[in-house]
Design a binder for this molecule. Structure first.
Ligand code: HEM
Length: 224
C-alpha cells in the first residue's frame, strides 16, 4: 500500500483512530481499577496506593506500555484534528443547513470538540498528578514510597478541582458514547448479529467508566 494510502487517506485515519481509541479504552479500564483503590482512605489504603503507584512507574513492562499509551494519545488527538479539518474542507456548507439532527446525535457531530475538551482535561490531569509523581518534590510515606496519595487527596479537597473532574467525566462519557461503537464500524467489524451487542456494550462502557472515575474525587472530597 502506498504511504499516502496507509497514513493519509480519510479511511486510513479512521482506522488508526479506531485502533488507538480502543487501546485507550483498555487503558481506561486498567486505570480505573487501579484508582478505585483511592476509595480506601485508611492509612493502610494510602500505603497500598503509593506502593501500587511505585510499581506502575518503575516496572519495566508497564513502562513500555506507558510509552505506547503516550504515543497513542498523541496520535489519536493529532489524527482526530486532521480528520475534522479534512471533513470540514470536504463539506464547506455546515450541518445546520442540512437538518443534521434528523439522523445523527449532537455528540456524534461534536466529536472533535469533545475530544479537544478531553485533551484539555488530560493536560490538567497529567500536570497535576503524573508530572508530580515523576518529577515533583513529593514527600515519602511510612514505607519509603513517594506519597502520591496525599497529593491526590489534597487536590480533591478543593471543590473547584472536583468540579473540573466531574464535568470532564461527563465530556468523556459523550465522547465514548459515540466513539466506542464507531471504532468497531471504522475497523469494518459490522455484523447484523453482533453490531447491536457492540452498541449496547458501548453505552454501558461510556456511562459506567466515567461515573466510577467521577465517584473518586467526589468520595475523597466528602470523606476528607
Ligand atoms: C478520578 C479520576 C482519576 C484519577 C484519580 C487519576 C489518577 C491518576 C494518577 C494518580 C496518575 C499518576 C500516576 C502515574 O504517573 O503512574 C495518573 C496518570 C494518568 N492518568 Fe489518570 N486519573 C483519573 C482519571 C483519568 C482519566 C479519565 C484519564 C483519561 C481520559 C486519565 C489518564 C491518565 C494518563 C494518560 C496518565 C499517565 C499514565 C502513565 O504514565 O502511564 N486519568 N492518573
Amino acid at each position: 500500500m502506498a504511504r499516502s494510502a496507509l497514513l493519509g487517506s480519510s479511511l486510513a485515519k479512521k482506522y488508526w483512530m479506531a485502533l488507538t481509541g480502543l487501546f485507550l479504552c483498555i487503558f481506561l479500564i486498567a486505570h480505573l481499577a487501579g484508582n478505585l483503590q483511592l476509595l480506601d482512605m485508611s492509612p493502610d489504603g494510602q500505603l497500598k496506593f503509593n506502593a501500587y503507584a511505585k510499581f506502575m512507574t518503575t516496572f519495566p513492562l508497564v513502562k513500555v506500555v506507558s510509552y505506547l499509551l503516550y504515543a497513542s494519545i498523541l496520535f489519536h488527538a493529532f489524527d482526530g484534528i486532521l480528520l475534522a479539518l479534512q471533513n470540514r474542507k470536504a463539506r464547506p456548507v455546515r450541518y445546520h443547513y442540512e437538518k443534521a439532527g434528523a439522523n445523527s446525535t449532537w455528540y456524534s457531530r461534536q466529536m472533535a470538540l469533545l475530544g479537544t475538551l478531553v485533551l484539555v482535561f488530560l493536560v490538567i490531569h497529567m500536570k497535576g498528578f503524573w508530572y508530580e509523581m515523576h518529577w515533583g518534590d513529593l514527600g515519602l510515606d511510612a514505607d519509603g514510597n513517594k506519597d502520591l496519595y496525599t497529593l491526590v487527596a489534597a487536590a480533591f479537597s478543593q471543590p473547584w478541582y472536583v468540579a473540573i473532574y466531574v464535568v470532564s467525566m461527563a465530556v468523556l462519557a459523550f465522547h465514548l458514547l459515540h466513539g466506542f461503537a464507531s471504532a468497531f464500524q471504522s475497523l469494518g467489524l459490522n455484523h447484523p448479529r453482533y453490531t447491536p451487542l457492540i452498541k449496547n456494550v458501548g453505552v454501558f462502557f461510556a456511562v459506567v467508566v466515567p461515573v466510577f472515575f467521577a465517584l473518586i474525587p467526589v468520595w475523597m472530597f466528602i470523606n476528607a
